[in-house]
Design a protein around this ligand. Sequence first.
Ligand code: 3PG
Ligand code: MG
Length: 331
Amino acid sequence: MLVRADLNVPLEGGRVADDTRIRASLPTLEWLLEHGASEISVCSHLGRPKGPDPAYAMAPVAARLRELLPDDRVRVLENTRFHPGETSNDAAYARELAAGMDLYVNDAFGSAHRAHASTEGVAHFLPAYAGLLLQAELEHLGRLLGDVQRPFVLVAGGAKVGDKLGVLRNLGGRADTVIVGGKMAEELRHENPLDFEIVLPSDVVAAAAFAEDAKTQTTAYDALPEGWLGLDIGPASRELFAELIGSARTIFWNGPMGVFEWPRFAEGTRAVALAVADADAYSVVGGGDSVRAINELALADRVSWVSTGGGASLELLEGKELPGVAVIPNG
Ligand code: 3PG
Ligand code: MG
């Protein structure tokens, strides 16, 4: 059988930097193995390569999966995005993926918002089922779609600004407070294209260059010196964001507040993570980077649900139908 998982994990120095998504894919694989699967091909994309690129080869991911699930019946296919037919949802490539398989299981919640060959196209050529992770994600995130306890505070950040701004636009009405930090806030420095109020950082940790050891200073959000970059939210913003998060009864957090991989720019993300963990709320954290931050701070068991979806969770929350879910019968 073919299992589409979301094994798009952060890498660092050729190694898996956070294996949350790999671990999250285990229950479905174990279930299939226990129920008689003779061979499982697991496929996923990794990063956003523009074709075959050794920096995005699946080898480190496959090695980690093998450590966690040493079973010869499981193999990991090469990065689906090495093939141009993946993102164009090419039927010929989908057929290629389906060849020799008896059935298809989609467990890649994190990629379910993509109508790609491995997440959507292939389901037209094989009997298609939802995996356990996909189901669990839909259940937990579904709680944010109904009558939520208020205030509902949404915290957005991270780097995929182009993807997320549109989503945020449609989410505005659902949350009582929308906090924006990180690269996303940088984009909004001069103009807020959203038609509702958002809470932006009042101060930032400015860096003279995009470097781990760059010269830094704390400045007002709207007074960033020419040529400097805001690489984290500043102390006043941390305090305000934490206070708002602390008063929430429902929280959704997606995206770091700065370049938290570098310790000197990690304080904002850390403050948000701690506030989310401390809050007396139904709290969902989604997106590879926020989840990595939560894990590094060992806070995962203090939030209600750690979602493997970033963009996918946002689109679900927006009320959109996810193509990877819609294509599954009774999905
Ligand atoms: C994610 O990390 O959000 C998913 O794996 C999807 O990746 P993509 O945004 O590159 O499609
Ligand atoms: Mg991501």
